[in-house]
Design a protein around this ligand. Structure first.
Ligand SMILES: [Zn+2]
Length: 149
């Protein structure tokens, strides 16, 4: 669950500052608020792995997004032709799969426990309350705001 006074813009500003070494300044956070803390944790682990393997200056995050209901964070070598050494590649893929698994158990809207499901053909991981709001919104012809308190 997100803290009561959670503020998306300042949380993202904090991530940009803390992880400036691996986040390009124009990085877009294409997910709802409920997943931002997972992204924060994941970036910490990614940065730590790159640092230990001597790759911190040679790699960066390319994309942060939701796809088919789960969280995707893509990390690549800065040089297109380069590739990660095997040990680092394995570590990054372990981080990725652990956080993918966490994301499909975390409501993308509010951070409560959630479940991956399909809503009108669109995959999303939502808690019971937000899943219900989305179903009502779809049944009502998708008018107005889908999520509300
Ligand atoms: Zn929720």
């Amino acid at each position: 669950m997100l803290p009561e006074n959670f503020d998306r813009e300042s949380y993202i500003a904090g991530l940009r500052e803390k992880h400036a070494r691996i986040l390009p300044p124009d990085m877009v956070f294409s997910v709802e608020d409920g997943w931002l803390p997972l992204i924060g944790e994941s970036l910490g682990e990614i940065e730590w792995a790159l640092d230990r393997h001597g790759w911190i200056a040679k790699a960066s995050v390319r994309q942060i997004k939701e796809k088919l209901g789960d969280l995707r964070i893509y990390v690549r070598p800065r040089r297109e032709s380069a590739s990660f050494p095997k040990a680092l590649g394995n570590e990054l893929s372990d981080i990725r799969s652990r956080f993918t698994k966490k994301s499909v158990e975390t409501c993308e809207i509010c951070g409560d426990h959630g479940q991956l499901d399909t809503f009108g053909g669109y995959y999303q991981t939502l808690c019971g309350k937000h899943a219900e709001q989305r179903r009502v919104w779809i049944a009502g012809g998708r008018e107005g705001d889908v999520f509300h308190d």
